[in-house]
Design a protein around this ligand. Structure first.
Ligand code: G3P
Length: 228
């Protein structure tokens, strides 16, 4: 593929509010000057503001259509908020019917279909290769492999599970048009270089950017690694 992708997940970190705008401005600036698409994924409450600054995706969506669904997020709301798309099924907000229950693939697929029909990009997170295979059949914009036990830690998915990452990328490329993205514990250039070597089209990063003082340096390092 052409350009690599870097998705910055703001999660519900307090820093999303203290420096979210500055990070979005920097994301827009580097995306314009380098061959990397830097996308921000802020909390819903500031999504409108940030989507005017940088390429922005929501942190999730429900599968329902507009209607009597209190506290749900619909494709229609997203479409009218100015975002480019959405993360779906992040480990911290899984598409399950009960806590720790199995994935509701039918609902997940419905959400992907509705967003796609509305012209929204979809980046679906998966926890393992079995989920990756099933989600690849839905042909979302991207499938993101994030082993839950590494999320928020200092050991990167690319260093810790290179064989699985490679297999994941092979599965996505051979069975769909989706981009193969990886995330969890990604902190710097070395992680980015390794992820590209293993076949990844890009990265999802949260704490490695949101929780550091010099986030610009980290973004620069990641971009430089992804460009190798
Ligand atoms: O969506 C990205 C995220 O789950 C990874 O978190 O803190 O390990 O970069 P982190």
């Amino acid at each position: 593929m052409g350009n690599k992708i870097l998705i910055i997940n703001y999660k519900a970190y307090k820093e999303a509010f203290s420096k979210g705008i500055d990070i979005a401005k920097y994301a827009a600036q580097v995306s314009a000057s380098k061959n990397i698409s830097v996308i921000v994924s802020p909390p819903f409450t500031i999504i409108n503001e940030l989507s005017k600054i940088a390429k922005t995706i929501a942190q999730g969506v429900d599968e329902v259509d507009p209607g009597a669904f209190t506290a749900h997020i619909t494709w229609f709301e997203l479409k009218n908020t100015g975002v480019s798309g959405t993360l779906i099924n992040h480990s911290e907000k899984r598409y399950t019917c009960s806590k720790d229950g199995p994935l509701a693939y039918d609902k997940l697929e419905e959400a992907v279909k509705k967003c796609t029909a509305a012209g929204l990009e979809t980046y679906v997170c998966v926890q393992n290769l079995e989920e990756a295979r099933k989600v690849a059949e839905m042909n979302p914009t991207g499938v993101a492999y994030e082993p839950p036990e590494l999320i928020g830690g200092n050991i990167s998915v690319s260093n810790s599970k290179p064989a699985i990452v490679k297999e994941f990328c092979d599965i996505i490329k051979s069975s769909s048009h989706s981009l193969a993205l990886i995330g969890a514990g990604i902190k710097g250039k070395e992680d980015a270089v390794k992820s590209v070597e293993l076949g990844s089209d890009g990265l999802l990063v949260a704490s490695g950017i949101m929780k550091v003082e010099d986030y610009k340096q980290v973004i620069d390092d990641l971009i430089s690694g992804l460009s190798k």
